[in-house]
Ligand binder design. Structure first.
Ligand code: SF4
Length: 358
């Protein structure tokens, strides 16, 4: 399809989307209303994946504004996972004893329509300045129980390799911090940014273990360029895990999830979490039920090896994450457990720990 605006730069306004042929001109006002409320950016790598002739395109559904985003449900929350009550200092969330979140920036290469931090991310929002970073580093250094620092945002890989190297060096100088984990969508959103300089910035000159958690939701996001970006990270010594969000009309079918998880494993990215969609404002049209999610996980367990299976997780508002099944074990009769076998049949199992009853 010929377009007036080449998709060679990030599209940040409804007019850009229309000029690029990704949205109909008749939708201009509706798109403007959403874009006034929530940040919009579609970088070239993702714009190129959208089929404008497919009204159900799973890439468009994740990144193009939708009028339903302005319908806020009664249970939806500005801060659905409860970062605020666990924020110890600006940019630093301490929810679990042995790890902290360090939010370096509030910008992203792409703004996902279902983002759980959609009220706080966007262009022009402040990231952590030098003084704020210094206070966060002091906080971490003063607490020997902090074993892992999760670098998030926004997308922390939006920073330059020079800034990333500086943050890495400063964290690596804290002896009790053993693991640095970067959460990012950059390898799929702007793979060209994930070059050797960025990979070196995360890994070189320190002995810490570095993980990158890649956020991707549909196998089409894992293009040759995205795979090459991940390969560059891995070849520099990064270990990778995946994070996906279960989204209606994007990946809420077993075949799509199976293809996504297999692709991750083939890329040396261990499937880690499949998140139940959070109660972010204006995202009901993208949210599945937990029963649907459990049914999909049951089907994935039939199809995939344990290596390719993520855990299905719910972030309980202001409480933290828990796996939400499905469960394969329950109590049966006479003290036996009732188990579901891989074929889906129910079987009794008596726990024999400590020997046999007389
Ligand atoms: S990349 Fe992450 S933080 Fe940024 S908009 Fe998407 S989900 Fe939100």
């Amino acid at each position: 399809m010929a377009t007036a605006l080449p998709r060679s730069r990030t599209l940040t306004t409804p007019a850009d989307l229309i000029a690029a042929g990704l949205s109909a001109p008749s939708r201009a006002r509706a798109l403007e209303a959403v874009a006034e409320r929530y940040a919009l950016a579609v970088p070239p790598a993702l714009a190129a994946l959208i089929d404008p002739n497919d009204p159900a395109d799973p890439i468009a559904r994740q990144f193009l504004p939708d009028s339903r985003e302005l319908d806020r449900g009664p249970a939806e929350l500005d801060d659905p996972i409860g970062d605020a009550p666990k924020t110890a200092l600006p940019g630093l969330v301490h929810r679990y004893r042995d790890r902290v979140l360090l939010k370096l920036v509030s910008v992203c290469a792409v703004y996902c329509r279902f983002c759980f931090r959609r009220e706080t991310v966007g262009p022009g929002t402040a990231g952590l300045d030098e003084a704020g970073l210094a206070r966060a580093l002091d906080y971490i250094a003063a607490r020997p129980e902090i074993w892992e620092v999760v670098l998030t945002g926004g997308d922390p890989l939006a920073l330059s390799p020079r800034r990333l190297a500086k943050v890495t060096r400063e964290l690596a100088a804290i002896p009790h911090v053993k693991v640095l984990r970067w959460h990012t969508r950059m390898p799929v959103a702007a793979p060209e940014r994930v070059g050797p300089a960025l990979a070196r910035a995360l890994t070189e000159g320190h002995g810490k273990t570095v993980y990158v958690a890649l956020h991707a939701n549909h196998p089409r996001e894992l293009t040759a360029e995205a795979r090459a970006a991940c390969r560059r990270l891995i070849e520099h010594g990064v270990a990778m895990v995946s994070q996906s969000v279960l989204l209606r009309g994007v990946n809420d079918d077993a075949a799509t999830l199976e293809a996504l998880m297999r692709a991750f494993v083939e890329m040396r990215v261990k499937p880690y979490y499949l998140h139940h969609a959070d109660l972010a404002p204006g995202t009901a049209h993208l949210r599945t039920s937990i029963v649907e999610g459990q049914s999909l996980m049951r089907e994935l367990r039939r199809r995939l090896s344990g290596l390719a299976l993520p855990a299905y997780m719910l972030d309980i508002p202001a409480r933290g994450k828990v796996p939400i099944g499905p469960a394969y074990i329950g109590m049966g009769v006479d003290g036996a457990y009732q188990l579901e076998d891989p074929a889906g049949e129910t079987v009794a199992y008596v726990d024999r720990a400590g020997g046999w009853p007389p």
